[in-house]
Design a protein around this ligand. Structure first.
Ligand code: NAD
Length: 321
C-alpha cells in the first residue's frame, strides 16, 4: 500500500490539475460512469465536530474509495490547525485491497475551489467584471485564486463575519493585481459572480442583494441545516449542482425544497452542462446558482491523480500492509 502524506501534496498537485480532474468527474457522473455513495455526516457530540464519510466508484477511471473526516470548528483557535481535517483511502476495485492513503486537507481545498471554478467557467456571463466573496475562512483564498482564472475580473469585493480575516482574500486580489473593497452583504449587488463559503446555518446573502445576471456559487452548505442564501433566491435562479441527492439533502437547495419553493427536478447536474446536454445559462439576465455540496468522487479523482504523480516522482511511501 502507498502513503502520500499531507506535507507532500503541495509539491504534487496543482490548481489546474484539480480543475481538470473535477470537471472530468462531473462529466463522468452525468454519463452514468461514476456514482457517489450516500454521505454519512454526523455531529459526534465532541468538540462540536462534524465527522463523516464520502465515497464512490468511478467505473471508467477505476477509482474506488472514500474520504473520512470533517470539520472541527475549534482547531484553529486552540491548536493552530485548520478546521477541516480529512484523509482519502483508495482501494483496488478488482480485489478490494487497500491501495493508498492520501492526506486530504489541501486536496479538499483544491477540489472545492475547482468545483466552483468549473461552475463559473460554464455558467457565469463572459463579461463578468466584479467577483464577490462571502466568507474569508481557510477555503476562501483557494476559492478566489481559482475563480480569478475563469474570467477577466477587474475588482474583488468581500464580506466576512469577522472583518479582521478579510486580508486573507484581499491578499489574493492584490497578488492578482486587482483592487479589493470590503462591503456590507447588501453590497454584493455590485458583483457579477458571488462565491459563498461560510459555515453559516442562517441565510446571509438575501434575494435583494443579488442583481440580474449574477452567477452564485454556494460552497459552504454541505451538511443538514447549513444555509448561506435566502431560499427564495433559488426559486428566482436556475439551480445547478454537483449531485442532486446531495443538493436536496445536505446542500443549499435543502431549504428551498423543504419550503416547496423548488422541486428536485428543477435542479440540473453540472455534468450535463459540461457534456453539452444542457445549455446552462440561457440569457444575460438570468441568475445561475451552483449548489456545490462536495462529492466523494471529487476527492477520489484528485487523490488518484496525486498517487500517480507521487509514484512517478518517487515520493510515495510503500508499506507492506
Ligand atoms: P473556516 O472555519 O476556516 O471559516 C469559516 C468561515 O465561515 C469564516 O469566514 C467565518 O467567518 C464564517 N462563518 C462561520 N459562522 C458564520 C455565521 N454564523 N455567519 C456568517 N459567517 C460565518 O472554514 P473553511 O474551511 O473556510 O470552510 C468554510 C465552509 O465551507 C464550512 O462550512 C465547510 O464545511 C464548507 N466546505 C464545503 C466544501 C464543499 O465541497 N462544499 C468543502 C470544504 C468546506
Amino acid at each position: 500500500m502507498l502513503i502520500v502524506p499531507e506535507n507532500r501534496i503541495a509539491d504534487l498537485m496543482t490548481e489546474e490539475a484539480a480543475f481538470d480532474a473535477v470537471e472530468k468527474t462531473f462529466a463522468a457522473m452525468a454519463g452514468g460512469d461514476a456514482y457517489n455513495f450516500p454521505v454519512v455526516r454526523e455531529a459526534i457530540g465532541h468538540e462540536d465536530a462534524l465527522y463523516g464519510f464520502k465515497g464512490g466508484f468511478d467505473r471508467a477511471g477505476l477509482t474506488l474509495g472514500l474520504k473520512a473526516g470533517g470539520y472541527w470548528p475549534h482547531n484553529h483557535e486552540r491548536r493552530e490547525m485548520i478546521n477541516h481535517q480529512s484523509t482519502v483511502f483508495l482501494f483496488d476495485p478488482d480485489t478490494g485491497r487497500a491501495k493508498a492513503v492520501v492526506g486530504g486537507n489541501l486536496l479538499t481545498a483544491l477540489r472545492t475551489a475547482a468545483a466552483s471554478s468549473v461552475s463559473i467557467k460554464h455558467l457565469a456571463r463572459d463579461d463578468s467584471n466584479v467577483i464577490g466573496m462571502v466568507g474569508a475562512g481557510h477555503q476562501s483564498a483557494f476559492q478566489l485564486r481559482s475563480a480569478l482564472k475563469q474570467r477577466n475580473f477587474q475588482k474583488v469585493i468581500g464580506w466576512n463575519q469577522q472583518p479582521e480575516d478579510l486580508p486573507r482574500i484581499e491578499n489574493v486580489a492584490v497578488e492578482a493585481g486587482l483592487p479589493f473593497e470590503a462591503v456590507p452583504l447588501s453590497g454584493m449587488s455590485e458583483a457579477d459572480v458571488v462565491i459563498t463559503i461560510t459555515s453559516a446555518f442562517q441565510p446571509l446573502l438575501m434575494n435583494d442583494y443579488v442583481s440580474k445576471g449574477t452567477h452564485i456559487a454556494c460552497m459552504g452548505a454541505d451538511t443538514r441545516g447549513k444555509q448561506e442564501v435566502e431560499s427564495s433566491l433559488l426559486a428566482r435562479a436556475m439551480v445547478f449542482t454537483d449531485e442532486i441527492p446531495q443538493s436536496v439533502s445536505i446542500g443549499e437547495a435543502q431549504h428551498a425544497v423543504a419550503e416547496g419553493l423548488i422541486v428536485e427536478k428543477d435542479i440540473v447536474e453540472m455534468g450535463s452542462v459540461i457534456k453539452g446536454d444542457h445549455p446552462g445559462r440561457t440569457s444575460a439576465e438570468q441568475i445561475t446558482l451552483f449548489d456545490g455540496t462536495g462529492v466523494g468522487l471529487q476527492d477520489l479523482a484528485v487523490a488518484a491523480s496525486v498517487v500517480d504523480l507521487a509514484v512517478r516522482k518517487g515520493v510515495a511511501i510503500e508499506v507492506d500492509f
